[in-house]
Design a protein around this ligand. Sequence first.
Ligand SMILES: [Zn+2]
Length: 179
Amino acid sequence: MEKLGAYEIDLKGMAEDTCSYEYVLDDHFFESIEALDIKKGKVDVSLSVRKTAGIYELSFTMEGTVTISCDRCLDDMEQPISSEQVMKVKLGDEFAEEDDMIVVPENEGVIDVAWYMYEYVVLAIPMKHVHAEGECNKAMESKLSQYLCAQADDSDEESTASREIDPRWNELKKIIDNN
Ligand SMILES: [Zn+2]
């Protein structure tokens, strides 16, 4: 992975109790971080850092779009992203991710937010993401539905076969018919 030094926040070196950063997560960002699911993107991020009583509160506001695969036709689609996330960080002996707190080694005093921002973008993608109605790749869609139908036919045959194999039902039927 390419060095993403541009996304390092110098917590220990903060001259004021608040500071803010602006980022654009672009194609280059998603490429550098080796994102598997996100092919391209343009997400604006404003990050404000607030220091209170030894705790650093990092608030991310993210707005933009990413290019991902459509669930229905697998073609590229643009997914709008809108997300707000808060991360709490404190300085400590060694790096740790606790329940709602990240501990950064005090002797470094720096946190790289690149991977966290990537994770926030991934979290903001809805579970089901498809093109608007009628905008899917028709050719691909019909190929996929043929494939799914073929699978469904196979499973029907299997269940018919298993009903025929099991002779107990015939025996039971005889008993019922005789009464
Ligand atoms: Zn689609």
